[in-house]
Write a protein of this length. Structure first.
Length: 246
C-alpha cells in the first residue's frame, strides 16, 4: 500500500505540473462556459438560463474528457520514460495502471469542483437546493471516465491512437447527447437518436439535480458509473501487459 501511495503521489505531481492539462480543465473550460452562455443568452427567456445550461452540460463534457487526461497520464512520452523504473520494481502491474486511474480521477475531480465553486456565484448558477448531491454524483462519473481512458491505453498501447479514438467517441456521444445545443427540436428521428447516447442521460441526471432538486436519476447514474468503473478496471487487468507499456 505504501508503494502504491508513493506512485500515486508521483502521478498527481506530474499532472498538476502540466500547465496544459490544468489550464484546459479550469481556464479554458470556464471561458468556454462564459462565452457560450453570453452568446446564447438571447435564445432563452432569461440570460442566466443559458449560463445554467452550459455550466452543467460543459461540466459533464469536461468530466468525460477526463479520459483524455488519463491517457496522457498513462502514456505521455516524458512520463512513460520516467515510469520505466516502476515497471521494473516489485510493485506489481496493478499499481502501474490503477495509480494512473486514481491520479487522473483526483486531478479532474478537484479541478472541476473548484471551477464550479468559482463559476456558480459568478454567473448565478444553481446546483440545486443541496449542491452536495451534485458534487457527489460527479465522483463516480469522473472515476468511470478515467477508467475508460486507462482501458483504451491498455488495449491500444499507443497514446496517439488512444487519444484519437477517445476524442472521436466522446465528442460524438456528447454531440448526440445535446452537450453543445439541444437536438430535440430537429425532428423526431434526431430526438430518438439522442436517447441512444448515454451522455443524454448523464445531462438529464445533473440537470434534474440542479434545476429540480430531484434525486430521480441520482442512484441509477451513481451505481451504473461505479459498476462501469469496476468492469473497466477488470478489463485493464486482463489487457495490461508490461512489455507493451515499455
Amino acid at each position: 500500500m505504501r508503494r502504491f501511495i508513493t506512485i500515486l503521489k508521483m502521478d498527481l505531481v506530474n499532472l498538476f505540473k502540466n500547465p496544459v492539462l490544468v489550464g484546459y480543465n479550469t481556464v479554458f473550460a470556464g471561458l468556454l462556459i462564459l462565452i457560450l452562455g453570453y452568446l446564447c443568452g438571447g435564445d432563452y427567456s432569461e440570460s442566466k438560463t443559458a449560463y445554467q445550461y452550459y455550466t452543467v452540460s460543459l461540466i459533464v463534457y469536461g468530466m468525460l474528457n477526463g479520459a483524455m487526461t488519463a491517457s496522457n497520464c498513462f502514456m505521455e512520452r516524458d512520463i512513460k520514460r520516467a515510469n520505466l523504473r516502476i515497471i521494473y520494481s516489485p510493485v506489481g502491474s496493478f499499481c502501474v495502471y490503477f495509480s494512473k486511474m486514481a491520479a487522473s480521477f483526483l486531478f479532474n475531480y478537484v479541478l472541476h469542483t473548484l471551477l464550479l465553486l468559482v463559476l456558480c456565484p459568478l454567473v448565478h448558477v444553481s446546483l440545486g437546493s443541496n449542491p452536495v448531491f451534485f458534487v457527489v454524483l460527479m465522483a463516480p462519473v469522473e472515476l468511470a471516465a478515467s477508467a475508460f481512458g486507462i482501458f483504451f491505453c491498455c488495449v491500444f498501447h499507443c497514446e496517439e491512437t488512444t487519444s484519437t479514438l477517445l476524442s472521436t467517441v466522446i465528442n460524438l456521444l456528447c454531440f448526440l447527447g445535446g452537450t453543445f445545443f439541444s437536438l430535440d427540436g430537429m425532428g423526431s428521428l434526431m430526438a430518438f437518436i439522442t436517447k441512444i447516447s448515454p451522455v443524454r442521460w448523464l445531462n438529464e441526471a445533473f440537470f434534474t439535480l440542479s434545476c429540480d432538486s430531484s434525486l430521480r436519476y441520482f442512484w441509477p447514474v451513481f451505481i451504473t458509473a461505479l459498476v462501469l468503473s469496476a468492469l473497466l478496471t477488470a478489463g485493464c487487468k486482463l489487457c495490461f501487459r508490461t512489455e507493451d507499456y515499455i
